[in-house]
Design a protein. Sequence first.
Length: 225
Amino acid sequence: MASVHLLPLVVVVLLAAAADAATFTVSNNCPYTVWAAAVPGGGKQLDNGQTWSIDVPAGTTGGRVWARTGCSFDGSGNGRCQTGDCGGVLRCTQYGQPPNTLAEFGLNQFQGQDFIDISLVDGFNVPMDFLPAGGGSGAPPRCGPPAAATTRAPCLRPTSTAAPARRPTAAGRRTTPGSSRGCARTPTATPRTTTPAPTLAPAAPITTSSSAHDSMHELGPAERT
């Protein structure tokens, strides 16, 4: 089984209770290079097995992390990505262009709590997941080999509803519908999709993880605005 499963890109979030600051550590376990991006945070090329630490300053209320694929940059950090491009620069200061899977976070939000979620609101380019920094129950996510092509927001059973549904998992973790087929975990909720349209990137997993001074919560429909 180990020969046919791939581990995803991992983002670990550590939150400091005193200052409400946070540190994200992004680790690329995908079998190919991605150009990780974050706002706030910037961006960095990550080959397989490489990591990137992002310090989010105190007072930050929210942001997102995503992966870019098919990128080419010059020595000054100018270039272009096939998916998730953020204005043609390596170090992002603006959000990426769809399609790109999003790992979103909110800090010190409703009743002082922190929130995480995986979103397909901007489409899908690579599978992503959140994992708690302090560990949690259940095995790490595992996904099958990259498909030859991905769709705008893939799902197991298309429905007429435009908003994608996501399944909560143990310890504040979510798996994108795109990573559910062929993975160790299978969603129990019916995934939902936007209108299919091809992307330029191969599918491969991304994981994100989080640990907070308060217990980490997943965003519900009424809380994500």
